[in-house]
Ligand binder design. Sequence first.
Ligand SMILES: [Ca+2]
Length: 359
Amino acid sequence: MALKCSKCGAANPDNARFCWNDGEKLIIVGTNPFRFRDGNSAMTLAELAKHIVQNWSDSIEHLYQGDFGVWLSSIGRGDLSMTARQIVAQERDQYLGLEKFLQKLEDDTPSPLSKPKEVINPIDDAAMILILEGEFLMGSPEGEEYRNECPQRIVYLDAYHIDKFEVTNAQYRKFMKATGHKAPDDWSYTHASQQNHPVVGVSWYDAVAYAQWAGKRLPTEAEWEKAARGADGRKYPWGNSPPNMGASYRANYKIDKYGTGHGYSYTTPVDNFPMGASPYGVMDMAGNVWEWCADWYHSEYYRAAPKKNPAGPSSGNARVLRGGGWVNDNTHYLRCAFRGSHPPSMKFSYVGFRCASTY
Ligand SMILES: [Ca+2]
């Protein structure tokens, strides 16, 4: 651990709080949790607290218990002492709770090989998988991925059913026939013949209309993510390994945007990637088409979202899209936690949907 004066730049012994050269307060760099960025400012107490908790040890605890307050006083910010202690305590509780949570995951997470509990929706004949009530790890840890996926947190969801597959052209055709709903963009001359491919060129409103016809609804963003990754916060539906091994793929995505023969260049049948199944046996949660979710999108939503059955902001300009699609050449988008969005009226050749229903 090194200490450096912010004014004169002199290096100082570890135990000093003020520069021996000119009396300035010291910037502490390295692994010490008491880290200044400038002068008197004790920056980001939450970050400081998290660091303490994640590097928990007797010595760190000693600092927390006693020296923390003294240290804050020494920089003229004794007023922050109680606030800081509260933040540290909250962070510690959350961290210890997370550890406990992770320890019991083996019992709670179904094996990919176990037979999922399926039902068939009588209107659109879709196989639907039951996701039991319970907690799961949603989002990504701070600093690891995109900010809009943070903070990672434990979320509880009531039980629900979710379509095993993306809604297909055949199912959408049945919906159009029953309701007179207008056809998706490019329907007549692209993939109307590809019955078992996901429907594309549908707006969020089209997706909602379909779901209502079938007696279902769109999944919430949280429901979508739990169905995709199970309880343990894995990166992809199948785990943390990449979507392909050599020429063997677990998802439809475009790894080569220049079309030199690798990856896929359009939609694939919805049952094309059995090895890409989620822990619950839900298919194509990574790739093939992006999927509309029920929620309004907001980049900061996770920071204020309820821990139980979050359903998105009350208003917004765009709806959530999840899962990545055939159009993407970056596997970032295939991650279960990645959050996309589009205005709800827009239609794209890489966007489709699947439905859910309350259990
Ligand atoms: Ca998909």
